[in-house]
Design a protein around this ligand. Structure first.
Ligand SMILES: Cc1ncc(COP(=O)(O)O)c(C=O)c1O
Length: 399
C-alpha cells in the first residue's frame, strides 16, 4: 500500500529553520523564520499574556469542549476588535468564528467559498506567502496571480495591481494582505485601499483579507485601513485574523475568521455552514489561547499593557530596518537599500539574488529564504555587524 510513497518536499520556510537548527556554526543567523525576535534573539511570552494566563489558571474549572464556532467571549471581542472605529458599520452583517491560527481561518474560509461558489477562482498576489497557494488548492480551488510588487523599483506596483484587480471576474476571490505584505513589506496607503475596495465593488469579486500582522506596520488603528475600506464599500468580504504575531501566541494557535455578508440574514446562514465545515475538519478549536486573547482584549489594563508591548515590537523592527540600511551604506555595499526603511512589518525583499542567498548560507551560515525575503526582526545587536559584513563581502563591497 505504501510502496510508492515519496517524501514531500520540505516546507520552504519551516524547512530552512530546521537546517539552521542543525548548523554547528556558532555565528549562524536565521533571517528566514517568520517569528518576531527581540534584541536578544528571543521570542518571549508577552507580559500581558502571562498576566492573563495566571488569572485564567486560577479561575479554571473545566477543560470541556468549546462550541464548534469557538469561545463566545473570544468571538465577540475579536469582532469588536476587527470592527473598532469606522469599520463598525459592518459589524451587524458580520459573524466571527475562532479558528486554529490565521492558517485555520484561511482554510475554513477557502472551504466555505468553495462550497458556496464551486467555480470561483482565487487570486493571489505575486509574490505571496507560499502557504496561500497550498491552503486554497487543498480546498480544491484553482489559483491565479495578480501583480503586486515591482522588484526593480522595490515598491508596490500600484498601477499594474489596480488594473489587474479591476479585471478580476465577478464571483472570484481575491486574497489581500491587510498590512505588512509577506514577503515584500510593500503595503498600499489608505487611499489606495479605497481604490482597491472600489474595484471590488465595481467588478463584484469577493475580498479575502489576510490580517496576520495587525499592529506591526503603523499601529492597531492605522493597520485597520483595509478592513475599513471594504466595510465602507459595503461589499461582502472575509477576514482571517491571526493573533500569532501581535499577541506572540504562535503555538497556541489563535485566530479568527470573520465573514461580512450582504446582510444579517446571510451572515447567520453562513455561520451555520461554517460550523458544518469546522465540524468535519477539527470539530472545535483549542481552549487556552483564545481565552487568553479574549482576556487581553477585554481587560482595560491588560489591553493597555499589550498595546505597549506591541508598540515596542513595532518600533524595534522600524529601528533595525534603519540600522541595516545604515550598516550596508557604511560598508559601501553597492546598490541603494533605502527602500528597506519604508517597507512594513517583519519581512522585506532584500533584493539579494538567489546566488547571494546561497553563498550567505554556505559561507556565512546566514539563512535567508530563496527569493531574498528577510525577516528583519531576526537582526539583533549581536549579529547586525556580522550580517552587514557578510553581505558586503558577498556583494563585493570595496574592502
Ligand atoms: C501572510 C500570512 N498569513 C497567515 C499566516 C498564518 O499565521 P498563523 O500562524 O496564525 O496560522 C502567516 C504566518 O506566517 C502569514 O505570514
Amino acid at each position: 500500500m505504501f510502496n510508492t510513497l515519496k517524501p514531500a518536499p520540505p516546507d520552504p520556510i519551516l524547512g530552512l529553520t530546521e537546517a539552521w537548527r542543525e548548523d554547528p556554526n556558532p555565528q549562524k543567523v536565521n533571517l528566514g523564520v517568520g517569528v518576531y525576535k527581540d534584541d536578544g534573539g528571543r521570542t518571549p511570552v508577552l507580559e500581558a499574556v502571562k498576566a492573563a494566563e495566571a488569572a485564567l489558571l486560577a479561575a479554571e474549572t473545566t477543560k470541556t469542549y468549546l462550541p464548534i464556532a469557538g469561545d463566545p467571549d473570544f468571538r465577540r471581542r475579536v469582532q469588536a476588535f476587527v470592527f473598532e472605529g469606522p469599520a463598525e458599520t459592518a459589524g451587524p452583517r458580520a459573524v466571527t468564528l475562532q479558528t486554529p491560527g490565521g492558517t485555520g481561518a484561511l482554510r475554513v474560509g477557502a472551504e466555505f467559498v468553495r462550497f458556496a461558489a464551486p467555480d470561483a477562482r482565487v487570486w493571489l498576489s505575486a509574490p505571496t506567502w507560499p502557504n496561500h497557494a497550498g491552503v486554497f488548492s487543498a480546498a480544491g480551488m484553482e489559483a491565479s496571480a495578480y501583480p503586486w510588487y515591482d522588484a526593480a523599483a522595490h515598491r508596490l506596483d500600484t498601477a499594474e495591481m489596480l488594473a489587474a484587480l479591476r479585471a478580476v471576474p465577478a464571483g472570484d476571490v481575491v486574497v489581500l494582505h491587510a498590512c505588512c505584505h509577506n514577503p515584500s513589506g510593500a503595503d498600499p496607503a489608505p487611499e489606495q485601499w479605497l481604490e482597491i475596495a472600489a474595484a471590488a465593488a465595481d467588478a463584484g469579486w469577493l475580498p479575502f483579507l489576510d490580517a496576520a500582522y495587525l499592529g506591526f506596520a503603523r499601529g492597531l488603528v492605522q493597520d485597520r485601513a483595509a478592513t475599513e475600506a471594504f466595510a465602507a464599500a459595503g461589499v461582502p468580504f472575509l477576514q482571517a485574523t491571526s493573533f500569532s504575531k501581535n499577541l506572540a501566541l504562535y503555538g497556541e494557535r489563535v485566530g479568527a475568521l470573520t465573514f461580512v455578508g450582504p446582510d444579517e440574514g446571510t451572515a447567520a446562514t453562513a455561520l451555520s455552514q461554517l460550523q458544518r465545515i469546522v465540524r468535519v475538519l477539527y470539530s472545535n478549536p483549542p481552549i487556552h489561547g483564545a481565552a487568553v486573547a479574549a482576556r487581553v482584549l477585554g481587560d482595560r489594563l491588560l489591553r493597555a499593557r499589550w498595546e505597549e508591548e506591541l508598540t515596542a515590537m513595532r518600533e524595534r523592527i522600524h529601528a533595525v530596518r534603519g540600522e541595516l540600511v545604515d550598516g550596508l551604506a557604511a560598508r559601501g555595499v553597492p546598490g541603494d537599500f533605502s527602500f528597506l526603511r519604508t517597507q512594513q512589518g517583519m519581512f522585506s525583499f532584500s533584493g539579494l539574488s538567489d546566488e547571494a542567498v546561497a553563498r550567505l548560507r554556505t559561507e556565512k551560515a546566514i539563512y535567508i529564504v530563496k527569493g531574498g525575503r528577510i525577516n528583519v526582526a531576526g537582526l539583533t545587536r549581536g549579529n547586525l555587524d556580522y550580517v552587514c559584513d557578510s553581505i558586503a563581502e558577498v556583494l563585493g563591497a570595496p574592502g
